[in-house]
Design a protein around this ligand. Structure first.
Ligand SMILES: *Cc1c(COP(=O)(O)O)cnc(C)c1O
Length: 501
């Protein structure tokens, strides 16, 4: 195996600057598991086994150390997707291609959306839509967003357009918020398992890290459900971060949660927000799946529905159309915050993350069409999500596989621990590879920083014929009938860590 000279291997880490990278070798970098430093520290050695030695060193002549870190994320993160895109399943053209149960997208409602988006009222061109506009977004759109969120979040008082900033998706919003709220090297608390892409969102531009609040599947103490977040666990993780010398600036909450599909009750939300206020922490509340609650019995409540926010100046809410409207390719997201400094700073970054005037017009038309959303889109979307969810959960039950899922989001959190004899992450990776070799792409728990090896996320929001084939292939692997090698091939020793969108 080719071994990079130590100095070359270490070099990319310096991009993180002295604030968070002083002592890579010490417990600081390892115990806190601050993503950027930890990933580079632990995973770069794996890179040494792949490809041409010249590849890494020649990069260094073109890119800054920061550029190399950014490129490294790309190189190391996308293996599953690269493999998938080279061999996508298509019922006619490529029936033996890869079935994607790994990407969190809703592929069930394209017919409805393409109909709505091609109606005549969507096509309008006027000078103001082609000219520079307010970077927060056109007022007509921010007014619609405020009304839309007031209605669907059930806010006790009408939400205000001046608290809205629109931009191109949730990813940009994480990146912008992290950059304007934190110094480089500072951290956000985040409960794990979590939507792993956030690691990159906060790190690539801002050099902000994540401090994990590890949750586990065992229900102990006062917990009532697996992977339950409690204030005690938050307090502990915060103390730990402080003892490592890491400054925590905020907390990231996702509800409905990805990958657990959990929702937080109003009482829980309140407790977490009070915890944050006590420590003067910002809270980013990601409600990107708020309209994808397809089980009526799930009492979902938006944070914006609370009677009073404990610390409104430090509470920032995120929503996007990527998931709830099944249009992750359109790139529309929004921030709601009462803090005008934060709104203005994010808006300033919208020079780089802003939306086309034409898309702003279309989104205003879409969000304003309450009749279509309430009477057509949401009922149909929820019925389809529920049917797909029922199908996959019944398949799993028939296979005797335990899983968690609460009726929100696009995924089921599946417990395959019994298929790992030693219970290690290496085995988890091997199993993931066997799925991929048998033409089904899943996401493994490590990509969500789950601390227990053996959990996988299955995305079910797809057509039933694809789900059916995907589940057959899963079953073949678990029954040991797939035609694949037990060992990882040398060419694939690089860890694909981004199976988590
Ligand atoms: C997919 C997703 C997003 C949104 O991503 P976009 O950048 O809008 O595509 C945000 N948060 C979570 C938890 C997600 O799963």
């Amino acid at each position: 195996m080719f071994t990079l000279p130590q100095k070359d291997f270490r070099a990319p880490t310096t991009c993180l600057g002295p604030t968070c990278m002083q002592d890579l070798g010490s417990s600081h970098g390892e115990d806190l598991e601050g993503e950027c430093s930890r990933k580079l520290d632990q995973k770069l050695p794996e890179l040494r086994g792949v490809g041409d030695p010249a590849m890494i060193s020649s990069d260094t002549s073109y890119l800054s150390s920061r550029g190399r870190m950014i490129k490294w994320f790309w190189d190391s993160a996308e293996e599953g997707y690269r493999t998938y895109h080279m061999d996508e399943y298509d019922e006619d053209k490529n029936p033996s291609g890869i079935i994607n149960l790994g990407t969190s997208e809703n592929k069930l409602c394209f017919d409805l959306l393409s109909w709505r988006l091609s109606q005549r009222d969507m096509q309008r061109v006027e000078p103001s839509l082609l000219q520079y506009a307010d970077w927060r977004g056109h007022l007509f759109l921010r007014e619609e967003v405020a009304k839309f969120l007031s209605f669907y979040c059930k806010s006790p008082v009408p939400l205000r357009p001046e608290n809205v900033v629109v931009l191109n998706g949730g990813a940009s919003l994480f990146s912008a918020l992290a950059t304007v709220l934190c110094e480089a090297g500072e951290a956000f608390l985040i409960p794990t398992p979590y939507y792993g892409a956030i690691t990159q969102h906060v790190c690539l531009y801002g050099n902000i890290r994540l401090a994990y609040v590890y949750l586990d599947s065992e229900v102990t103490g006062l917990d009532t459900r697996p992977f339950q977040l409690t204030v005690e666990k938050l307090e502990m993780a915060l103390r730990e971060a402080h003892s490592e010398g890491v400054k925590v600036k905020g907390l990231i909450l996702i509800s409905p949660q990805n990958p657990l599909g959990d929702v937080y009750s109003p009482e829980e939300l309140q407790e977490y927000l009070v915890f944050a206020k006590r420590h003067r922490l910002h809270v980013i509340v990601d409600e990107v799946y708020m309209l994808s609650v397809f089980e009526k019995s799930v009492g979902y409540r938006s944070v914006l529905s609370l009677e009073r926010l404990p610390d409104p100046q430090r509470t920032h809410v995120m929503w996007a159309t990527s998931k709830d409207f099944g249009m992750s390719g359109l790139r529309f997201g929004t921030l709601y915050t009462e803090n005008q400094d934060v709104a203005t700073a994010v808006a300033s970054l919208c020079r780089y993350h802003g939306l086309s005037g034409l898309v702003q017009y279309q989104m205003a038309q879409l969000l304003r069409d309450r009749d279509w959303i309430n009477q057509v889109y949401l009922p149909e979307n929820h019925a389809r999500l529920k049917a797909a969810h029922t199908y996959v959960s019944e398949e799993l039950r028939a296979l005797g596989i335990p899983f968690l899922s609460r009726g929100a989001g696009f995924f089921i959190w599946v417990d395959l621990r019994k298929y790992l004899p030693k219970g290690t992450f290496e085995e988890e990776m091997l199993l993931w590879r066997r799925f991929l070799d048998n033409k089904v792409l899943l996401s493994f728990g490590k990509a969500f920083e789950c601390k227990e090896p053996g959990w996988f996320r299955f995305v079910f929001s797809d057509q039933v014929h694809r789900l059916c084939l995907g589940m057959q292939r899963v079953q073949q692997v678990l029954a040991g009938k797939s035609q694949v090698a037990e060992d990882p091939r040398p060419s694939q020793s690089q860890e694909p860590s981004d199976q988590r969108r």
